[in-house]
Ligand binder design. Structure first.
Ligand SMILES: [Zn+2]
Length: 237
């Protein structure tokens, strides 16, 4: 097991990343959504060292970190390389997708580039939750490829029923507003700061002491600590 997996996910302050990455990720900058409302971009990111680490890191029982960082050619070239970066709020997205999977009764397939998209992505004009790592585009559930109004509306209702936190794009043909070939599951503009990071008011690169922390493993740690029930003789009824 690699040291990284043992330590848990690495959280970085994006102000301390190199110039190129800061230009791509734009930590703390304000962007406007389609309604002209302003939203602050994420500052704290998980840094993922390798494809192997991404695959090995399960955010929930059925969602690996690798599913949230699949990039397409419209994404900034630097983000096709490791280490990769994804806003920490992706953990919440994974949680809701796990609930959605249970409600839908089938595996939920996140599209390539269907989760995190940086503000440098070629299709990024207005702020969308994808830039916060809090939206997922789902084109297939189990063996169903979503393409009919009936299917999409059925799963949209299922997603909205999970929580008031969840919104979807209604069925329709206007890209970015509606969806006619996928479910866009959206938690809004959530900024998540893991408890292990120490926040700093300074929005300046700290090259001498980059700000980062390792998250403690949560679920796995708890699971390891579970005291097994004492062995008892099982009855065969
Ligand atoms: Zn979307």
């Amino acid at each position: 097991m690699s040291e990284e997996v043992v330590k848990g996910l690495k959280v970085v302050d994006a102000f301390d990343l190199d110039d190129e990455l800061r230009t791509i990720l734009r930590p703390g900058e304000m962007v406007r959504d389609e309604h002209g409302r302003r939203h602050r971009l994420p500052r704290y990111f998980y840094e993922i060292e390798s494809h192997e680490a991404a695959v090995a890191t399960k955010l929930t029982p059925h969602f690996g970190l690798n599913e949230f960082v699949l990039t397409d050619l419209k994404e900034a070239p630097r983000l096709h390389q490791y280490p990769r970066y994804v806003p920490c709020a992706v953990r919440l997205l994974a949680f809701y997708l796990q609930q959605f999977r249970a409600a839908a009764g089938g595996s939920v397939h996140i599209a390539v580039n269907g989760a995190y998209r940086s503000p440098a992505h070629k299709l990024a004009t207005n702020a969308t939750s994808h830039m916060w790592g809090t939206a997922a585009d789902i084109y297939r559930i189990g063996s169903n490829i979503l393409k009919t109004k009936e299917q999409i509306e059925k799963y949209n209702v299922m997603a909205e029923d999970l929580s008031e936190d969840v919104s979807v794009h209604p069925y329709g043909h206007v890209t970015g507003k509606d969806a006619d070939d996928h479910v866009h599951l959206d938690l809004g503009f959530i900024l998540l700061i893991p408890r292990e990071i120490s926040e700093d008011r300074m929005e300046q690169p700290q090259e001498s002491r980059p700000r980062f922390a390792f998250e403690e493993r949560r679920r796995t740690d708890r699971r390891d600590q579970v005291v097994p029930f004492p062995e008892t003789a099982t009855k065969s009824d």
